[in-house]
Design a protein around this ligand. Structure first.
Ligand code: PMP
Length: 406
C-alpha cells in the first residue's frame, strides 16, 4: 500500500474495526460510505460547543450555528457549481429530494395524457414516486431499456421523447450495476421537447466532479451519507426559476415570511423549502465531508477507484461459476455478480464471517432484477478510494472459499 493511501485510511477510524474477529474489509460503499474523523469531530464539536437553533435568536451560539450551517450551503454551491447559493435546498436525502420534486413541482405540472420517462436502472426512490403520480394523474410512465451490458438504449430513448414528455428522471450512476449514464445527452435531448430533467446523483457525487450548470440539470439530488457525510441529510439542487414557481413541500416555521389567521406569505429561497428545525449537525457534517473530499481530490479518487475496479474485475471473473452482471463501458467502481448454484444471501453471510462486507439482494431495483431473471438479486462489491488491492485479494480468496464450501 502506498503512503498516501495509508494516510487516507488513518482518517477513517472504522476501517480499523474487527468484524467476527477478522479485520473489516468494507466493500459496501454504494450503500453508504464511511466517515472520516473530521466529519465525526465536526458533529461532536457542534453539539459540544455550538448547539443552538438557527436563523432565530440574537445570541452568540445561535449566530455561530447559523454561520456554520450557511457556510455548508456555500461549500455545496461551489461543489456542484450551482449559480446561486439559494438553489441548494437541504433535505433528508435523495429519497426526500425526489419526493419534494414530485409533490411541489410534478403534482402541479403533470396532467392526464402527459408522459414521464425514467430508466430501467432506477432505484425504487426514483421509480415509485413517478409510478404513483402517473397513476393518480392518468399520465404515462415510459422506461428506457438497457442492453446486455446494462447500458441505456439511447436510440429508444430518443424515440420515446415527444411533446407529451414533461419530465425525464434518470439515475446518473446505477447503484446496482455501476453503469454511468450519458446524463448530459439525456438532458439535452429532453430539453429539445421542453421537458424538465431530474438527475439522481446519489451514486455519482462521491466519484466525480459534478457541474450542474454544465449539465444544465433542472433538478439534481444526492444524499450526504454516500459522500462520507452523515445520514439523514441530503441536497436538492434546482434552478432558481423553477424553485420560484414551485409550491412549498412542508408548511410551518422557517418557510414563512408573514402569517395571519387568514393567510401566509412564503419565505424567500431556499428557506421556502426548509420548514421546521433542520438537521443542523448533519448540514455542518456534510459541509466538512465535502471539504474532505476536495482535499483528497477527484484525481486521486478516480485513479484509485479505476485501478481497484480493473484489478477486481480481472480477478473476480476467474472464479468458478461467477458471472458479472453489468459490464458497461463507462462504469463506476461497483461489481455486481452471481455465482452458479449459490444463493446471493449465502455468499453475503459467508463473507461476513470472514469480515468482508458486501451487499446482496435486489439493491432497491426489483423490476431491474426481475427483468434480468435474478430472483435472488446479485452480490455487489462497491469500492471507495480508501479500499486497497489487498482488500480485493481478501474478497477473492473469500469467494474462492465460498465456492469450495458449497
Ligand atoms: N438513488 C440511488 C442510485 C441510490 O443508490 C440510493 C441509495 N441506495 C438512493 C437513490 C436513495 O438514497 P437515500 O436512501 O439516501 O435517500
Amino acid at each position: 500500500m502506498n503512503i498516501e493511501l495509508d494516510n487516507i485510511r488513518k482518517d477513517f477510524p472504522i476501517l480499523n474495526e474487527k468484524v467476527n474477529n477478522k479485520p473489516l474489509v468494507y466493500l459496501d460503499n454504494a450503500a453508504t460510505t464511511q466517515k472520516p474523523q473530521v466529519v465525526i469531530d465536526a458533529i461532536s464539536n457542534y453539539y459540544t460547543h455550538t448547539n443552538s437553533n438557527i436563523h432565530r435568536s440574537a445570541h452568540t451560539l445561535a449566530s455561530n450555528a447559523t454561520e456554520l450551517y450557511e457556510n455548508s450551503r456555500d461549500t455545496i454551491q461551489k461543489f456542484l457549481n450551482a449559480k446561486y447559493r439559494h438553489e441548494i435546498n437541504f433535505t433528508r436525502g435523495t429519497t426526500e429530494g425526489i419526493n419534494l420534486v414530485m409533490y411541489s413541482w410534478a403534482m402541479h405540472n403533470i396532467h392526464e395524457g402527459d408522459e414521464i420517462i425514467i430508466s430501467a436502472l432506477e432505484h425504487h426512490s426514483n421509480l415509485v414516486p413517478w409510478q404513483q403520480l402517473c397513476t393518480q394523474k392518468k399520465a404515462k410512465l415510459l422506461i428506457i431499456p438497457i442492453n446486455e451490458h446494462g447500458e441505456l438504449m439511447m436510440d429508444i430513448y430518443y424515440k420515446q421523447l415527444s411533446v407529451k414528455t414533461k419530465l425525464v428522471c434518470c439515475v446518473h450512476t446505477s447503484n446496482s450495476l455501476g453503469t454511468i449514464n450519458p446524463v448530459k445527452d439525456i438532458i439535452e435531448k429532453a430539453h429539445l421537447f421542453g421537458a424538465k430533467v431530474l438527475i439522481d446523483g446519489a451514486q455519482a457525487v462521491a466519484h466525480a466532479f459534478i457541474d450542474v450548470q454544465a449539465l444544465d440539470a433542472d433538478f439534481f439530488v444526492f444524499s450526504g451519507h454516500k459522500l462520507f457525510g452523515p445520514t439523514g441529510i441530503g441536497v436538492l439542487y434546482a434552478k432558481e426559476s423553477i424553485l420560484n414557481e414551485m409550491n412549498p413541500f412542508h408548511y410551518g416555521g422557517e418557510m414563512i415570511k408573514t402569517v395571519s389567521y387568514e393567510t401566509t406569505t412564503f419565505n424567500d429561497l431556499p428557506y421556502k423549502f426548509e420548514a421546521g428545525t433542520p438537521n443542523i449537525a448533519g448540514v455542518i457534517g456534510l459541509g466538512v465531508a465535502i471539504k474532505y473530499v476536495e482535499s483528497v481530490g477527484f484525481d486521486f479518487i478516480q485513479k484509485q477507484e479505476t485501478a481497484l475496479l480493473q484489478y477486481a474485475t480481472e480477478k473476480i471473473q476467474q472464479i468458478n461459476g461467477l458471472r458479472i452482471i453489468g459490464t458497461a463501458n463507462n462504469k463506476a467502481s461497483v461489481i455486481s455478480f452471481v455465482i452458479e448454484n449459490i444463493h446471493t444471501y449465502d455468499v453475503g453471510v459467508l463473507l461476513d464471517k470472514m469480515g468482508i462486507a458486501i451487499r446482496t439482494g435486489h439493491h432497491c431495483c426489483m423490476p431491474l432484477m426481475e427483468s434480468l431473471s435474478l430472483e435472488g438479486g446479485t452480490c455487489r462489491a462497491s469500492f471507495s478510494f480508501y479500499n486497497t488491492k489487498e482488500e480485493v485479494d481478501t474478497l477473492i480468496s473469500g469467494l474462492e472459499r465460498v465456492v469450495r464450501m458449497i
